[in-house]
Write a protein that binds this ligand. Structure first.
Ligand code: ZN
Ligand code: ZN
Length: 404
Protein backbone atom coordinates (compact mmCIF):
# COMPACT_ATOMS: atom_id res chain seq x y z
CA UNK A 1 0.00 0.00 0.00
CA UNK A 2 1.37 3.43 -0.88
CA UNK A 3 0.64 6.59 1.06
CA UNK A 4 -1.92 9.00 -0.42
CA UNK A 5 0.25 12.09 0.03
CA UNK A 6 -2.33 14.56 -1.28
CA UNK A 7 -4.90 13.33 1.25
CA UNK A 8 -2.25 13.39 3.97
CA UNK A 9 -1.28 16.99 3.14
CA UNK A 10 -4.90 18.19 3.04
CA UNK A 11 -5.62 16.51 6.38
CA UNK A 12 -2.55 18.11 8.00
CA UNK A 13 -3.42 21.46 6.43
CA UNK A 14 -6.96 21.32 7.83
CA UNK A 15 -5.68 20.51 11.32
CA UNK A 16 -2.69 22.72 12.11
CA UNK A 17 -1.37 22.81 15.68
CA UNK A 18 0.62 25.43 17.53
CA UNK A 19 4.22 24.92 18.65
CA UNK A 20 4.75 22.13 21.20
CA UNK A 21 1.09 21.16 20.76
CA UNK A 22 1.61 18.98 17.66
CA UNK A 23 0.06 15.89 19.24
CA UNK A 24 -2.42 15.05 16.46
CA UNK A 25 0.27 15.63 13.81
CA UNK A 26 2.76 13.45 15.70
CA UNK A 27 0.09 10.77 16.03
CA UNK A 28 -0.52 10.79 12.27
CA UNK A 29 3.21 10.59 11.62
CA UNK A 30 3.50 7.68 14.06
CA UNK A 31 0.54 5.84 12.49
CA UNK A 32 2.06 6.10 9.01
CA UNK A 33 5.50 5.01 10.25
CA UNK A 34 3.83 2.01 11.88
CA UNK A 35 2.09 1.14 8.58
CA UNK A 36 5.39 1.46 6.73
CA UNK A 37 7.10 -0.82 9.25
CA UNK A 38 9.61 1.89 10.19
CA UNK A 39 11.06 1.95 13.73
CA UNK A 40 10.18 5.17 15.59
CA UNK A 41 9.78 6.85 18.95
CA UNK A 42 7.25 9.52 19.96
CA UNK A 43 7.42 12.22 22.63
CA UNK A 44 11.03 13.20 21.94
CA UNK A 45 11.42 16.84 23.04
CA UNK A 46 7.74 17.00 24.05
CA UNK A 47 5.94 16.35 20.75
CA UNK A 48 8.81 15.30 18.46
CA UNK A 49 9.02 11.98 16.61
CA UNK A 50 12.23 10.22 15.55
CA UNK A 51 12.20 7.45 12.93
CA UNK A 52 15.17 5.23 12.06
CA UNK A 53 15.75 3.09 8.96
CA UNK A 54 18.78 0.82 9.56
CA UNK A 55 20.43 -0.60 6.47
CA UNK A 56 24.08 -0.81 7.53
CA UNK A 57 26.01 1.20 10.11
CA UNK A 58 27.43 4.01 8.01
CA UNK A 59 27.01 6.60 6.72
CA UNK A 60 24.31 8.10 8.91
CA UNK A 61 22.09 10.73 7.28
CA UNK A 62 19.67 12.83 9.34
CA UNK A 63 16.63 14.28 7.61
CA UNK A 64 14.61 16.92 9.40
CA UNK A 65 11.03 18.16 8.98
CA UNK A 66 9.28 20.62 11.31
CA UNK A 67 5.60 20.18 12.18
CA UNK A 68 4.09 23.31 13.80
CA UNK A 69 1.52 25.80 12.54
CA UNK A 70 1.11 29.51 13.32
CA UNK A 71 -1.44 31.77 15.01
CA UNK A 72 -2.70 33.11 11.66
CA UNK A 73 -6.31 33.20 10.40
CA UNK A 74 -6.32 31.49 7.02
CA UNK A 75 -7.79 33.58 4.18
CA UNK A 76 -6.84 31.48 1.16
CA UNK A 77 -10.45 30.54 0.38
CA UNK A 78 -9.26 26.99 -0.37
CA UNK A 79 -11.77 24.15 0.05
CA UNK A 80 -9.40 22.65 2.62
CA UNK A 81 -8.58 25.93 4.41
CA UNK A 82 -8.03 25.67 8.14
CA UNK A 83 -10.69 26.89 10.57
CA UNK A 84 -8.74 25.54 13.55
CA UNK A 85 -8.31 27.41 16.81
CA UNK A 86 -5.70 26.95 19.48
CA UNK A 87 -4.55 28.35 22.80
CA UNK A 88 -1.31 30.29 22.72
CA UNK A 89 1.20 30.32 25.62
CA UNK A 90 -0.44 33.46 27.06
CA UNK A 91 -3.76 31.60 27.23
CA UNK A 92 -5.37 33.45 24.30
CA UNK A 93 -7.76 31.67 21.95
CA UNK A 94 -6.19 32.16 18.49
CA UNK A 95 -6.76 31.01 14.92
CA UNK A 96 -4.22 28.47 13.67
CA UNK A 97 -2.93 27.94 10.13
CA UNK A 98 -0.12 26.08 8.40
CA UNK A 99 1.07 29.41 7.01
CA UNK A 100 4.72 28.33 6.77
CA UNK A 101 4.24 25.05 4.89
CA UNK A 102 5.35 22.71 7.67
CA UNK A 103 2.41 20.47 6.67
CA UNK A 104 4.15 20.08 3.31
CA UNK A 105 7.45 19.31 5.09
CA UNK A 106 5.82 16.46 7.03
CA UNK A 107 4.07 15.14 3.91
CA UNK A 108 7.28 15.16 1.87
CA UNK A 109 9.23 13.46 4.66
CA UNK A 110 6.75 10.60 5.01
CA UNK A 111 6.69 10.18 1.22
CA UNK A 112 10.48 10.10 1.11
CA UNK A 113 10.76 7.59 3.98
CA UNK A 114 8.28 5.32 2.22
CA UNK A 115 10.37 5.41 -0.95
CA UNK A 116 13.69 4.99 0.86
CA UNK A 117 12.33 2.07 2.89
CA UNK A 118 11.11 0.41 -0.30
CA UNK A 119 14.47 0.71 -2.06
CA UNK A 120 16.81 -0.55 0.66
CA UNK A 121 18.62 -2.79 -1.82
CA UNK A 122 19.83 0.38 -3.62
CA UNK A 123 21.55 2.09 -0.68
CA UNK A 124 23.34 1.38 2.58
CA UNK A 125 23.69 3.22 5.86
CA UNK A 126 21.23 4.58 8.38
CA UNK A 127 18.54 7.22 8.00
CA UNK A 128 17.36 9.11 11.05
CA UNK A 129 14.23 11.17 10.31
CA UNK A 130 13.55 13.96 12.78
CA UNK A 131 9.97 15.29 12.97
CA UNK A 132 10.63 18.41 14.99
CA UNK A 133 8.15 20.45 17.04
CA UNK A 134 8.13 24.19 17.65
CA UNK A 135 10.38 25.53 14.91
CA UNK A 136 8.34 28.73 15.01
CA UNK A 137 9.44 29.28 18.61
CA UNK A 138 13.03 28.58 17.62
CA UNK A 139 13.17 26.06 20.45
CA UNK A 140 12.01 22.70 19.12
CA UNK A 141 15.44 21.54 17.92
CA UNK A 142 16.95 22.45 21.28
CA UNK A 143 14.17 20.55 23.08
CA UNK A 144 14.99 17.42 21.07
CA UNK A 145 18.72 17.83 21.71
CA UNK A 146 18.03 18.29 25.42
CA UNK A 147 16.04 15.04 25.22
CA UNK A 148 19.24 13.34 24.04
CA UNK A 149 18.61 12.71 20.33
CA UNK A 150 22.33 12.76 19.57
CA UNK A 151 23.05 10.15 22.24
CA UNK A 152 20.00 7.95 21.76
CA UNK A 153 20.11 7.56 17.96
CA UNK A 154 22.93 6.96 15.47
CA UNK A 155 24.97 10.16 15.32
CA UNK A 156 24.77 11.98 11.96
CA UNK A 157 27.53 12.31 9.37
CA UNK A 158 25.42 15.04 7.78
CA UNK A 159 22.14 16.83 8.56
CA UNK A 160 19.76 17.63 5.69
CA UNK A 161 16.54 19.61 5.67
CA UNK A 162 14.26 21.57 3.39
CA UNK A 163 11.74 24.40 3.52
CA UNK A 164 8.90 25.41 1.25
CA UNK A 165 9.30 28.90 -0.22
CA UNK A 166 7.61 31.19 -2.78
CA UNK A 167 9.67 30.02 -5.76
CA UNK A 168 7.95 28.42 -8.77
CA UNK A 169 6.80 24.89 -7.92
CA UNK A 170 9.51 22.46 -8.91
CA UNK A 171 12.36 24.91 -8.48
CA UNK A 172 15.01 24.48 -5.79
CA UNK A 173 16.91 27.31 -4.10
CA UNK A 174 20.15 26.63 -2.27
CA UNK A 175 23.54 28.26 -1.81
CA UNK A 176 26.79 27.33 -0.09
CA UNK A 177 27.64 29.38 2.99
CA UNK A 178 25.13 31.48 4.86
CA UNK A 179 21.65 30.47 3.72
CA UNK A 180 19.65 32.08 6.52
CA UNK A 181 20.39 34.84 9.02
CA UNK A 182 21.09 34.61 12.71
CA UNK A 183 18.45 36.27 14.85
CA UNK A 184 17.77 37.52 18.33
CA UNK A 185 14.44 38.40 19.88
CA UNK A 186 14.72 41.06 22.59
CA UNK A 187 12.28 42.54 25.06
CA UNK A 188 13.16 46.08 26.11
CA UNK A 189 11.48 47.68 29.12
CA UNK A 190 11.68 51.46 29.46
CA UNK A 191 10.94 52.95 32.88
CA UNK A 192 9.51 56.43 33.36
CA UNK A 193 7.44 57.99 36.12
CA UNK A 194 3.67 57.90 35.73
CA UNK A 195 1.23 60.69 36.50
CA UNK A 196 -1.64 62.85 35.28
CA UNK A 197 -1.84 63.51 31.55
CA UNK A 198 -2.41 67.20 32.28
CA UNK A 199 0.85 67.51 34.23
CA UNK A 200 3.57 66.06 31.95
CA UNK A 201 6.27 68.15 33.66
CA UNK A 202 5.79 66.10 36.84
CA UNK A 203 6.34 62.80 35.01
CA UNK A 204 8.96 61.01 32.94
CA UNK A 205 6.94 59.99 29.91
CA UNK A 206 7.81 56.45 28.72
CA UNK A 207 5.57 56.85 25.63
CA UNK A 208 7.75 59.64 24.26
CA UNK A 209 10.84 57.72 25.38
CA UNK A 210 9.60 54.64 23.45
CA UNK A 211 8.75 56.67 20.35
CA UNK A 212 12.20 58.29 20.30
CA UNK A 213 13.84 54.91 20.87
CA UNK A 214 11.95 53.27 17.99
CA UNK A 215 12.93 56.07 15.60
CA UNK A 216 16.55 56.13 16.69
CA UNK A 217 16.83 52.34 16.36
CA UNK A 218 16.02 52.77 12.64
CA UNK A 219 19.29 54.62 12.17
CA UNK A 220 21.39 51.61 13.19
CA UNK A 221 20.87 49.89 9.84
CA UNK A 222 20.61 53.07 7.76
CA UNK A 223 23.58 54.97 9.32
CA UNK A 224 25.82 52.53 11.16
CA UNK A 225 25.84 49.21 9.28
CA UNK A 226 28.09 49.07 6.21
CA UNK A 227 25.73 49.31 3.19
CA UNK A 228 27.39 46.17 1.78
CA UNK A 229 26.30 44.17 4.83
CA UNK A 230 22.88 42.80 5.70
CA UNK A 231 21.11 43.56 8.97
CA UNK A 232 17.52 44.02 10.09
CA UNK A 233 16.26 45.86 13.17
CA UNK A 234 12.49 45.51 13.51
CA UNK A 235 10.41 46.72 16.44
CA UNK A 236 7.42 44.40 16.08
CA UNK A 237 5.57 45.28 19.27
CA UNK A 238 5.19 48.42 21.39
CA UNK A 239 2.98 48.62 24.45
CA UNK A 240 2.43 51.40 26.98
CA UNK A 241 -0.47 52.99 28.78
CA UNK A 242 -4.16 52.30 29.28
CA UNK A 243 -5.92 55.68 29.03
CA UNK A 244 -5.50 59.06 27.33
CA UNK A 245 -5.11 61.14 30.51
CA UNK A 246 -2.70 58.87 32.36
CA UNK A 247 0.99 58.96 31.63
CA UNK A 248 2.08 55.36 32.27
CA UNK A 249 5.09 54.29 34.26
CA UNK A 250 6.69 52.05 31.68
CA UNK A 251 6.77 50.97 28.04
CA UNK A 252 7.70 47.63 26.49
CA UNK A 253 9.25 47.09 23.06
CA UNK A 254 9.83 43.76 21.34
CA UNK A 255 12.63 43.65 18.79
CA UNK A 256 13.58 41.20 16.07
CA UNK A 257 17.20 41.48 14.92
CA UNK A 258 18.82 39.67 11.95
CA UNK A 259 22.39 39.39 10.69
CA UNK A 260 24.56 37.00 8.71
CA UNK A 261 27.22 36.22 11.31
CA UNK A 262 28.42 36.62 14.88
CA UNK A 263 30.55 39.70 14.18
CA UNK A 264 27.59 41.60 12.77
CA UNK A 265 25.49 40.28 15.64
CA UNK A 266 27.84 41.68 18.28
CA UNK A 267 28.00 45.06 16.52
CA UNK A 268 24.23 45.43 16.08
CA UNK A 269 23.47 44.26 19.63
CA UNK A 270 25.96 46.75 21.08
CA UNK A 271 24.37 49.59 19.07
CA UNK A 272 20.85 48.61 20.10
CA UNK A 273 21.92 48.65 23.74
CA UNK A 274 23.65 52.02 23.31
CA UNK A 275 20.55 53.60 21.68
CA UNK A 276 18.15 52.19 24.28
CA UNK A 277 20.26 53.38 27.22
CA UNK A 278 21.01 56.78 25.67
CA UNK A 279 17.39 57.53 24.81
CA UNK A 280 16.36 56.63 28.36
CA UNK A 281 19.09 58.95 29.66
CA UNK A 282 17.97 61.67 27.24
CA UNK A 283 14.46 61.38 28.71
CA UNK A 284 15.83 61.69 32.23
CA UNK A 285 14.87 58.15 33.23
CA UNK A 286 15.70 57.46 36.86
CA UNK A 287 15.71 53.69 36.40
CA UNK A 288 17.81 52.28 33.56
CA UNK A 289 16.02 50.18 30.92
CA UNK A 290 16.23 46.39 30.90
CA UNK A 291 17.06 44.36 27.79
CA UNK A 292 16.24 40.65 27.87
CA UNK A 293 17.08 38.14 25.11
CA UNK A 294 14.01 35.95 24.57
CA UNK A 295 15.55 33.74 21.92
CA UNK A 296 18.74 33.55 19.92
CA UNK A 297 19.27 31.57 16.73
CA UNK A 298 22.57 30.96 14.93
CA UNK A 299 22.96 31.59 11.19
CA UNK A 300 22.04 28.63 9.00
CA UNK A 301 25.29 27.89 7.19
CA UNK A 302 25.42 25.37 4.37
CA UNK A 303 28.59 23.33 4.15
CA UNK A 304 30.28 24.43 0.91
CA UNK A 305 31.47 21.02 -0.34
CA UNK A 306 28.29 19.16 0.55
CA UNK A 307 26.13 21.90 -1.00
CA UNK A 308 28.10 21.84 -4.26
CA UNK A 309 27.77 18.07 -4.36
CA UNK A 310 24.03 18.21 -3.64
CA UNK A 311 23.41 20.95 -6.21
CA UNK A 312 24.98 18.68 -8.85
CA UNK A 313 22.82 15.79 -7.71
CA UNK A 314 19.66 17.93 -7.92
CA UNK A 315 20.62 19.21 -11.38
CA UNK A 316 21.25 15.74 -12.69
CA UNK A 317 17.93 14.54 -11.23
CA UNK A 318 15.76 17.53 -12.18
CA UNK A 319 17.61 19.16 -15.07
CA UNK A 320 19.76 22.22 -15.65
CA UNK A 321 18.14 25.38 -14.32
CA UNK A 322 16.22 23.49 -11.63
CA UNK A 323 18.48 24.93 -8.91
CA UNK A 324 18.90 28.66 -8.29
CA UNK A 325 20.91 30.65 -5.73
CA UNK A 326 18.15 32.43 -3.78
CA UNK A 327 20.60 34.61 -1.87
CA UNK A 328 20.73 34.74 1.91
CA UNK A 329 17.29 34.80 3.51
CA UNK A 330 16.84 37.14 6.48
CA UNK A 331 14.54 34.57 8.07
CA UNK A 332 16.06 32.27 10.69
CA UNK A 333 15.87 28.59 11.54
CA UNK A 334 16.79 26.29 14.39
CA UNK A 335 17.68 23.30 12.16
CA UNK A 336 21.40 24.05 12.38
CA UNK A 337 21.53 23.23 16.11
CA UNK A 338 21.43 19.53 15.16
CA UNK A 339 24.50 19.87 12.92
CA UNK A 340 26.29 22.32 15.23
CA UNK A 341 25.88 20.12 18.31
CA UNK A 342 26.99 17.05 16.35
CA UNK A 343 29.87 18.96 14.71
CA UNK A 344 28.87 17.80 11.20
CA UNK A 345 27.93 19.53 7.92
CA UNK A 346 24.44 20.85 7.20
CA UNK A 347 22.67 21.43 3.91
CA UNK A 348 19.34 23.22 4.11
CA UNK A 349 17.57 24.01 0.86
CA UNK A 350 14.31 25.59 -0.28
CA UNK A 351 11.82 24.32 -2.78
CA UNK A 352 9.09 26.22 -4.54
CA UNK A 353 5.33 25.85 -4.18
CA UNK A 354 3.98 28.69 -6.34
CA UNK A 355 2.02 28.06 -9.55
CA UNK A 356 4.76 28.69 -12.17
CA UNK A 357 2.44 30.72 -14.43
CA UNK A 358 1.33 33.01 -11.60
CA UNK A 359 4.97 33.42 -10.60
CA UNK A 360 6.05 34.29 -14.15
CA UNK A 361 3.20 36.81 -14.53
CA UNK A 362 4.02 38.52 -11.23
CA UNK A 363 7.71 38.60 -12.12
CA UNK A 364 6.96 40.17 -15.52
CA UNK A 365 4.75 42.80 -13.83
CA UNK A 366 7.33 43.37 -11.06
CA UNK A 367 4.70 42.50 -8.45
CA UNK A 368 6.29 39.44 -6.83
CA UNK A 369 6.35 41.11 -3.41
CA UNK A 370 2.67 42.09 -3.50
CA UNK A 371 1.09 39.30 -5.57
CA UNK A 372 2.84 36.15 -4.39
CA UNK A 373 1.98 35.39 -0.75
CA UNK A 374 5.01 34.52 1.32
CA UNK A 375 5.39 32.23 4.31
CA UNK A 376 3.39 33.46 7.34
CA UNK A 377 0.85 35.23 5.10
CA UNK A 378 -2.86 34.36 5.63
CA UNK A 379 -2.93 33.80 1.84
CA UNK A 380 0.01 31.35 1.73
CA UNK A 381 -1.32 28.55 -0.48
CA UNK A 382 1.19 26.26 -2.18
CA UNK A 383 -0.09 24.38 -5.23
CA UNK A 384 -0.33 20.66 -4.45
CA UNK A 385 1.41 19.47 -7.61
CA UNK A 386 4.22 19.21 -8.35
CA UNK A 387 5.10 20.63 -4.92
CA UNK A 388 4.39 17.40 -3.04
CA UNK A 389 6.22 15.21 -5.56
CA UNK A 390 9.24 17.53 -5.74
CA UNK A 391 9.45 17.71 -1.94
CA UNK A 392 9.60 13.91 -1.79
CA UNK A 393 12.11 13.65 -4.63
CA UNK A 394 14.47 16.28 -3.22
CA UNK A 395 14.68 14.43 0.11
CA UNK A 396 15.21 11.08 -1.62
CA UNK A 397 17.87 12.45 -3.99
CA UNK A 398 19.64 14.24 -1.13
CA UNK A 399 19.56 11.26 1.22
CA UNK A 400 20.78 8.91 -1.52
CA UNK A 401 23.60 11.31 -2.41
CA UNK A 402 25.07 11.01 1.07
CA UNK A 403 24.13 7.38 1.84
CA UNK A 404 26.27 4.52 0.65
ZN1 ZN B 1 7.78 30.05 9.71
ZN1 ZN C 1 8.87 27.50 8.52
Amino acid sequence: MTLDLEALYIDLHRHPELSFQETRTAGIVAAHLMDLGIEFEEGVGQTGVVAVIRNGDAPVVWLRADMDGLPVEERTGLAYASTARGTDPAGNDVPVMHACGHDMHVTAMLGALERLAATKDEWSGTIVAVFQPAEEYGSGARAMLDAGVLERYPKPDIVLGQHLTPLPAGQIGVRPGTQMAASDGLTVKLFGRGGHGSRPHSTIDPVVMAAATVMRLQTIVSREVDPRDVAVVTVGSIHAGLKNNIIPAEATLELSLRYPDDDARQRVLARVERVVRAEAAASGAEVPPTIVTDHSLPPTINDADATTRLTRAFESAFGDGSVVDPGMFTGSEDVSWFARDAGVPLVYWFWGGVDPEAYAAAKAADTLDSDIPTNHSPFFAPVLHPTIERGVETLVVAAREFLG
